[in-house]
Design a protein around this ligand. Structure first.
Ligand code: MG
Ligand code: MG
Length: 283
């Protein structure tokens, strides 16, 4: 049976630029809208409008059984939260995961975590949540930076785990919990494609990193135990101990001249700078 290579040709890589930019723009408008009193369903509508305004459509709506444009995961929800009537409050931690597919059939996928600004939140809890989001974000950039020099995805997972272990959460003195059963993935004609990226060290080497690879690096972390459960809606993943969750994700292209973060407005320049990596636009 014919199986499409996971390594894209240069022209196919260029097709990945537009959906990345549209996904990033959708998250920008969500970011601007996040405030106490807004519902996660309103954020979903805002993201959908922006994706459509830019001539694409939501690829989350193409996932069997899913009917929304974003996943919105609040507090003890780590990933796959379904948008609804829930209203955000100051101090909530909310992860928004979003993706767009262009009419040409290429996909983007990205997630950001926000702490809802505003008065009245417990400052200690806010600080804990900011620390969790920051270490999750840092582990993502460490993993993306590793794509520039590593030879196999297993090395990227080990780098992410090392980053988490080297940066324990000040609130607990312990490293963030790394979700084990939810993974990064290839992206292209579909939002979810081979190969798999584990966000922790594995015995296997993983897929080869070489020009043409498009991969989503998306660490999902908790402020406590790594143990999670699926809620009764069959989607939402929550921490068993009730601790907060965070999720950061970018779609990244590896090409002949370097790496380019497709879902970052600057190609990843600012996020990669602390790691000594400079992204190169796709030729
Ligand atoms: Mg995603
Ligand atoms: Mg993803």
């Amino acid at each position: 049976m014919f199986r499409r290579s996971v390594y894209k040709k240069p022209a196919q890589l260029r097709g990945m630029i537009a959906p990345g930019e549209i996904t990033s723009a959708a998250l920008d408008v969500v970011a601007a809208a996040i405030r106490p009193g807004i519902s996660t369903l309103e954020l979903d509508r805002i993201a959908d409008e922006e994706i459509r305004r830019r001539g694409a459509h939501s690829n989350f709506q193409l996932v069997d059984g899913y009917h929304h444009t974003v996943c919105a995961s609040v507090n003890e929800e780590v990933v796959h939260g379904i948008p609804g009537e829930r209203v955000l409050a100051a101090g909530d931690i909310v992860s928004i995961d979003c993706g767009a597919e262009t009419p040409e059939g290429w996909n983007g996928d990205s997630a950001r975590t926000f702490i809802v600004p505003g008065e009245g939140a417990d400052p200690e809890l806010v600080a804990q949540r900011e620390q969790l989001s920051e270490v999750t974000r840092g582990s993502m950039w460490a993993g993306i930076a590793a794509l520039a020099s590593a030879s196999h995805l297993g090395e990227v997972g080990a780098v992410i785990q090392d980053y988490i272990e080297d940066n324990p959460l000040p609130s607990t003195g312990q490293p963030a919990g790394i979700l084990r059963d939810y993974v990064g993935h290839g992206i292209g004609r579909s939002m979810h494609e081979p190969p798999t990226l584990f966000h922790y060290a594995t015995p296997g080497r993983g897929a080869e990193i070489k020009p043409g690879l498009c991969i989503c690096v998306e660490p999902m972390m908790t402020a406590g135990s790594e143990e999670v459960q699926v809620e009764d809606d069959d989607w939402t993943i929550t921490t068993v101990d009730g601790s907060s969750g965070a999720h950061w994700e970018h779609s990244v292209a590896v090409h002949a001249e370097g790496i380019w973060v497709l879902t970052a407005p600057d190609g990843g320049a600012s996020g990669l700078a602390p790691f000594g990596v400079t992204p190169t636009p796709i030729p």
